[in-house]
Write a protein that binds this ligand. Structure first.
Ligand code: FE2
Length: 372
């Protein structure tokens, strides 16, 4: 089934934001992304501006509109800054679109071919949860910076990075993209990705596994079977107080992307650089490290616990290996989208052993916002 829908990986993630120029600056100075492309009035685009930033295989696009009639302005007004498009690279965008519609997907943008001196790019898009869409992108015949209409943006000499310009912070790839959907809707979206994309369920976390004294959630993880694309889907479960998923849905005003996990090969160095740039992370208490020193089998973990504890990085292990992870605070004023930094050593998990400690940390923040 996946053969008819051959997805090659994440092509890019597009955010609709209130101010793309400033968002680009934030992701550049904080995360070490390099600006590579720009489209706006100067390049002939009248209804908005987009900045393309890259680091490793990660490509983010930040788009803002120019007036209230423009879609990015509507999107940002309703949702705050957030993810509009989780785009997949495909060998044939028209065929992917045709197959997706045949299997029940709703169209978001008909197939189109754009061309310039660097070749041609073919895209189409289908609707996903909330206002989120999935573009199919075939850039196999394109050699430009991003797409026709974009001009190259050169490296800026006066980067206020603490890391050398061009080296970034070690972020390498998008590991997974997590959706929050409404209560009772998780299984419908699991079916959507299974039916339309041919994805299978990698793992399921019930509300017993993911609960604290106050709140609970359920999660199922869809994947392409090869690990290039992993899409966990969360829905709130009934707890004593409001779950973090409900808080997200209240502020985002619809289902949407909750977090993006970015892979690194050296999480200690990456997190150190991110902290030096001013990025703030969720904190687990010191007792967490005493707990995992006991709970995990350290003979199979080849990482320095003291260095991890110093950066407040979380550890989890399973039969296949282990992983290291850390979560940022929300990236905008609304408590909606945040990021995860992850380093995998064999484990295909998502840090389920950390859920409780992590959610208690999230709840402390939720309480500070008066939303618990
Ligand atoms: Fe995650």
């Amino acid at each position: 089934m996946t053969d008819l829908m051959p997805l090659q990986g994440f092509d890019h993630v597009e955010f609709h934001v209130g101010n793309a120029k400033q968002a680009a600056h934030y992701y550049r100075t904080m995360y070490g992304f390099a600006p590579v492309g720009y489209a706006g009035p100067e390049t002939g685009r009248r209804d908005g501006a987009s900045w393309v930033l890259a680091q490793g295989d990660i490509r983010f696009v930040f788009t803002a509109g120019m007036g209230p009639e423009d879609e990015p302005v509507r999107h940002a007004a309703l949702h705050g800054d957030g993810v509009r498009d989780v785009a997949f690279a495909v060998p044939d965008a028209e065929e992917a679109f045709r197959v997706a519609l045949e299997r029940g997907a709703e169209p978001a943008r008909e197939p189109s071919v754009e061309e310039d001196d660097h070749g041609k790019i073919v895209t189409a898009a289908i609707r996903a949860y909330g206002d989120t869409i999935h573009s199919f992108v075939d850039r196999s015949n394109y050699s430009g910076v991003f797409a026709p209409g974009y001009r190259a943006v050169g490296p800026d000499e006066d980067h206020p990075f603490t890391v050398p310009a061009g080296s970034g912070t070690g972020l390498r790839a998008v590991d997974h993209v997590v959706a929050n959907v409404e209560l009772g809707k998780m299984d419908a979206w699991v079916d959507f990705y299974a039916d339309v994309m041919g994805f299978t369920q990698l793992v399921h976390y019930d509300d017993e596994a993911i609960s604290t004294e106050y709140s609970a959630l359920m999660s199922k993880v869809l994947w392409d079977g090869e690990g290039r694309i992993k899409l966990p889907i969360n829905e709130p479960a009934t707890g004593k107080r409001k779950s973090q998923i409900e808080e997200y849905l209240d502020y985002y005003r619809s289902p949407g992307v909750q977090h993006l996990a970015l892979a690194t090969d050296d999480i200690v160095a990456t997190v150190r650089a991110l902290r030096a740039n001013g990025l703030r992370f969720m904190r687990v208490p010191e007792t967490y490290y005493a707990d995992i020193r006991q709970r995990l089998d350290w003979s199979t973990i080849d990482s320095d616990l003291d260095a991890l504890a110093e950066q407040n990085i979380l550890v989890d292990a399973d039969d296949e290996g282990y992983l290291l992870q850390i979560f940022t605070e929300p990236a905008q004023d609304r408590p909606t989208v945040f990021f995860e930094v992850i380093e995998r050593h064999g484990s295909k998990g998502f840090g389920e052993g950390n859920f409780k400690a992590l959610f208690e940390a999230i709840e402390r923040e939720q309480d500070l916002r008066g939303n618990l």
